[in-house]
Design a protein around this ligand. Structure first.
Ligand SMILES: C[S@@+](CC[C@H](N)C(=O)[O-])C[C@H]1O[C@@H](n2cnc3c(N)ncnc32)[C@H](O)[C@@H]1O
Length: 395
């Protein structure tokens, strides 16, 4: 079979044979070369994660938190696509999605001015699901969708640029959503991961993502009684309260039905220092609370909040959480409105305290690739706000 036009096959430089990027066997062969075939807990975890249908997702204890996380990602991706447009990027955007998982962000890419996305992940099963999802989106869009390439690779150990179909591939936007902390297992892995994300970004391009807020981890760990904290939907366990090491400082993270594996502390400072080596400057670092406050008033983003059910209505006949006190913050706002307007029937959108405790562990960030000669400085104040998102929907 002639594979010459098949994007998933690549000519091998030595013998002219074509090698499939997404091929699991080829990935394992490369893997044995880089790490002596050590079993990878993270890959195994994500490979065996079942795909859940909409009905199952709606019943999840973290239904609104997951929608809220999707809102943050959508707004972040859209914001930096708009910036690229206004900063002179007229033709379509070329993007890299590192740790794309099953392709949860494919529809977000499809909504923008995007020409091509390279999707890559460590978990071969996730890449297969991502590819299938892209195929059905393409069919639904009658072919009018961005081009895509799919690569199974460990971005913390392999050079991604060796695996692109086009050896000269450049990007305008690189997205790494809920992934970068896995690479902080060691300094060399974090370096490789960030190099993969930044070395093919053109000047003026952006590297955007979401990750665990190490300051918040520290705060909760210090307050904990037995080096663990959490609630009915998430838990984090450290082995001690020792000062965080820059790399390889591990904890176990569990999130109801979706995550259960080791993660590594990734501080803003270390991320920033590594990114700097690749010509990147931090332009945004926001807790999810702060990110919400910054964007929820924008009409398009506010509509999106409602459309994707990123917030839960309060009052509600069937609240997602039954824990007493979980909606006290929303009740207080509604009580205030009723005191001012006794005839009113207020309704707000928010998250339960239980879901928010998990969602508020994260931050959104963005780096810009600047000219080495450029001495532009960006002031990115520390963002410690962690108020529960709340939107008054009706009075
Ligand atoms: C929490 S999921 C996020 C998936 C997707 N980005 C999203 O937001 O829906 C983390 C993903 O990172 C991937 N991952 C973890 N370490 C990786 C690595 N070293 N290289 C590539 N992908 C990695 C996992 O396989 C998993 O799909």
């Amino acid at each position: 079979m002639d594979r010459s036009s098949d994007k998933n096959y690549k000519r091998d430089g030595n013998d002219g044979h074509k090698r499939k990027h997404t091929d699991v066997e080829s990935f394992h062969k490369r893997r044995r070369m880089v790490d002596g075939d050590s079993s990878n807990v993270v890959a195994r975890h994500y490979n065996q994660l079942p795909e859940s249908g909409l009905r199952q997702r709606k019943q999840s204890k973290i239904y609104f938190m997951r929608n809220f996380n999707n809102w943050v990602k959508s707004v972040l991706m859209k914001t930096f696509q708009i910036r690229l447009d206004t900063e002179g990027q007229r033709s379509g955007i070329v993007a890299l999605d590192v740790g794309c998982g099953k392709g949860g962000d494919l529809l977000k890419w499809a909504k923008g001015n995007v020409n091509k996305v390279i999707c890559t992940d460590l978990a071969a099963t996730s890449i297969e699901q991502c590819k299938d999802r892209y195929g059905s989106n393409k069919q639904k869009a009658r072919g009018r969708i961005f081009d895509a390439e799919f690569i199974v690779a460990d971005s913390s150990r392999e050079k991604l640029l060796d695996l692109f179909d086009d050896p000269g591939q450049m990007f305008d936007l690189v997205s790494i959503q809920f992934v970068v902390h896995y690479s902080f297992e060691s300094e060399s892995q974090a370096n490789r991961m960030i190099q993969n994300c930044c070395e093919r970004l053109r000047k003026g391009g952006y590297f955007i993502g979401t990750t665990v807020n190490s300051k918040e981890l520290r705060r909760r760990l210090d307050e904990s009684e037995n080096n663990s904290f959490g609630n009915s939907v998430y838990s984090v366990s450290f082995s001690s309260k020792d000062k965080f090491n820059d790399f390889g400082h591990t904890y176990n993270f569990h999130l109801d039905g979706v995550v259960d594996c080791p993660e590594y502390v990734a501080s803003r400072e270390n991320l920033e220092n590594i990114a700097k080596k690749f010509g990147m400057r931090l332009v945004l670092w926001k807790t999810f609370s702060d990110f919400f406050a910054m964007n929820a008033r924008d009409r398009e983003f506010k509509d999106l909040l409602k459309r994707i059910k990123a917030l839960e209505y309060f009052p509600s006949r069937s609240p997602n959480s039954n824990k007493p006190g979980d909606y006290d913050h929303a009740k207080a706002v509604c009580d205030d409105i009723m005191e001012k307007y006794p005839e009113s029937n207020p309704r707000v959108g928010t998250l339960s305290s239980t879901e928010w405790e998990a969602a508020s562990l994260y931050v959104a960030f963005a780096f810009k690739k600047i000219d080495e000669n450029d001495d532009e400085t960006f002031d990115v104040p520390a963002s410690d706000i962690n108020d529960i998102p709340l939107l008054v929907l009706s009075r």
